[in-house]
Design a protein around this ligand. Structure first.
Ligand SMILES: N[C@@H](CCC(=O)N[C@@H](CS)C(=O)NCC(=O)O)C(=O)O
Length: 223
């Protein structure tokens, strides 16, 4: 049997959970290795050897070490093209171009405001960090504009890149999960008919349900 790929980082991290959802969609066996961020393990020299920016996730498969969750996900789809969800990253240049376009939209347009809101509204209170109201307001306004574009697109198309669920949709799962279930921003998604339908469909995928389970179950005790 092939050696499982390695993912370093906690499943509660949005970027780690993006990679986990992709591995589960592609039926790729993986080993999840803990990185104790509270203890600063992600800034220690050993970890910086595999992720020079000191962030999670890091990823290893055979001789390759990668960072950046979207690049890792693209690699997984290409390397394991013939297993699991074979259309996740498209099967021809036209499909791939559309998926890449919406993946970029997620990374460049959706992620910046949504990541700020997730941090400010879901993580800052738990970490006893004071929330920045003006940052929340600014990013709420930015996300409204992005979701208006999505609403229009999703009125014409079942999923972002076309008729099928792809990496472009998957990439939105982590931040949206936090915004819908862990903040008071659910309405941004539920007030838009087609965005709401899309969220209902993508968040009920078995792969994502498993990731949410991993996020909510306590980490295994070390011996
Ligand atoms: N663009 C990177 C973002 C990685 C990232 O921001 N990871 C966060 C957790 S979700 C992290 O490691 N934060 C700790 C830090 O930046 O020191 C990716 O997609 O992999």
């Amino acid at each position: 049997m092939a050696t499982p790929v390695k993912v370093y980082g906690p499943p509660v991290s949005a970027a780690v959970s993006r990679v986990l959802a992709c591995l589960l969609e592609k039926d790729v066996p993986f080993q999840l290795l803990p990185v104790n961020m509270a203890k600063g393990e992600h800034k220690k020299p050993d970890y910086l050897n595999i992720q020079p920016f000191g962030q999670v996730p890091a990823f290893q498969d055979e001789s390759i070490t990668l960072f950046e969750s979207r690049a890792i996900s693209r690699y997984i789809c290409d390397k394991y093209a013939n297993q699991g969800n074979k259309g996740l990253y498209g099967t021809n240049p036209l499909e791939k171009a559309s998926i890449d376009q919406w993946l970029e939209a997620e990374g460049q347009n959706f992620n910046p405001p949504s990541a700020v809101l997730v941090f400010q509204l879901a993580f800052a209170p738990r970490m006893k960090i004071k929330q920045d109201e003006s940052l929340i307001k600014q990013n709420d306004a930015k996300l409204v504009k992005v979701l208006d574009v999505y609403e229009k697109r999703l009125k014409e198309s079942r999923y972002l890149a076309g008729d099928d669920f792809t990496l472009a949709d998957l990439s939105h799962l982590p931040n949206t999960q936090y915004l819908v279930n862990g903040t008071d921003k659910e309405e941004l998604f539920t007030s838009r008919k087609n965005v709401e339908r899309w969220w209902g469909e993508i968040s009920s995928r078995e792969s994502w349900k498993k990731v949410v389970e991993m996020q909510t179950s306590p980490p295994p005790r070390s011996a």
